[in-house]
Design a protein around this ligand. Structure first.
Ligand code: IPE
Ligand code: IPE
Ligand code: MG
Ligand code: MG
Ligand code: MG
Length: 347
């Protein structure tokens, strides 16, 4: 028999006797590798699709709930209602509501029970966004793919719409959570996360710089300061989302402690990704201006560490979050998928 020429080489026919030819074995190996890759990518797509579907469902539920709640405020001036609706029901990701609903389920409760918490969290989040975009703060004109609130309604109404969303969040919790003791715990958790030692305090550190000359600091001290800002301005509300969801789900003290740790890791990771996207993504991908942080001279992960080191810090927080989710057990599966989704998000 003539030797078979394959890829310019002569196939050694000796190996075919009593077994597979080298060529057949090679084809099988390629096929197995190809099918394996196909399987992994199909699994990833499936996970992404199911987490995206769940996020969409929770977002719809939260929006419908908020819409009904706003309709019940019959004596609110119509222009204020319009300004609130514009930002509150605009096309955002609704991550904090989803975290609350998933956290409730993770400890044995339901997503439905967490709806008032989800709504209150989105109210606080949108209040923070409207104020964050004001000329006195980040001075942005684009948010969620549309002009910012103050560009549409004017600065006065934007400030007041933010104020109103802040107070509405607490009114909603007190009225909608039937058990007074639970309502009081939720109000305390949200107030602390929103206030001077939480989101608002973080915004001050991020935005309002003291007039005296900055003191020279070490790289270590710079990173510590950055983490404090991120944990306060973003991490506090994300931590509250995990804990408040768990509270309505009937969490034990141990589970609440785990939720604190989980919120801290997800919160820091979330702002790290936000910082990264500001450098790596475009305005059309983000629905908000890109490259803003550098132009405002913000202290961010990429500005302090560069993109590669920033990604390593992100991976570190992601793996902390994954191990806490594993400790929470199988009911926390959607939280696990959300952790992956958030680290890989493109907007
Ligand atoms: C943006 O939050 C502000 C930060 C805290 C980084 P999101 O990225 O959750 O914004 P939306 O709600 O999806 O628009
Ligand atoms: C905003 O951080 C944090 C809060 C709104 C509390 P950023 O200023 O980085 O958020 P974006 O990038 O404008 O969404
Ligand atoms: Mg800001
Ligand atoms: Mg901003
Ligand atoms: Mg940002």
């Amino acid at each position: 028999m003539m030797p078979a020429a394959w890829g310019g080489h002569v196939m050694p026919h000796a190996v075919t006797r009593g077994g597979l030819s080298f060529r057949t074995a090679w084809v099988i190996i390629c096929l197995v590798v190809y099918l394996g890759k196909l399987f992994v990518s199909a699994r990833t797509t499936l996970t992404v699709t199911s987490i995206e579907k769940l996020l969409q469902q929770y977002a719809n539920d939260t929006d419908a709930y908020l819409d009904r709640w706003l309709q019940s405020l019959s004596s609110m001036p119509p222009q204020l209602g319009k300004a609130i609706r514009y930002s509150l029901l605009g096309p955002g990701k609704r991550i904090r509501p989803a975290l609350a609903m998933m956290s409730s389920r993770a400890v044995g409760g339901t997503a439905r029970a967490a709806l008032p918490v989800a709504a209150a969290l989105e109210l606080i989040h949108c209040f923070s966004l409207v104020h964050d975009d004001l000329p006195a703060m980040d001075d942005d004109d684009l948010r969620r793919g549309r002009p910012t609130n103050h560009k549409v309604f004017g600065e006065g109404l934007a400030i007041l719409a933010g104020d109103a969303m802040n107070t509405l969040a607490f009114e909603l919790l007190v009225r909608e959570v039937r058990k007074p003791q639970l309502a009081a715990r939720l109000v305390e958790e949200l107030a602390v996360a929103t206030g001077p030692c939480g989101m608002i305090g973080g915004q001050v550190l991020d935005t309002c710089h003291p007039t005296e000359k900055p003191v020279r600091t070490t790289a270590q001290a710079g990173l510590k300061k950055l983490q404090t800002i991120h944990r306060m301005k973003t991490g506090a509300l994300i931590t509250a989302a995990c804990r408040m969801g768990a509270m309505v789900g009937g969490a034990s003290q141990r589970q609440l402690a785990l939720m604190w740790e989980l919120g801290q890791a997800i919160g820091l990771a979330f702002q790290i990704v936000d910082d990264l996207l500001d450098v790596t993504a475009s305005a059309s991908q983000l629905g908000k201006r890109a490259g803003k942080d550098a132009s405002l001279g913000k202290l961010t992960y990429p500005s302090l560490l560069g993109v590669d080191k920033t990604r390593r810090h992100l991976a570190q927080q992601q793996s902390i979050a994954e191990s806490i989710v594993a400790e929470l057990g199988t009911k926390a599966d959607s939280l696990r998928d959300l952790v992956h989704f958030l680290a890989a998000r493109g907007h």
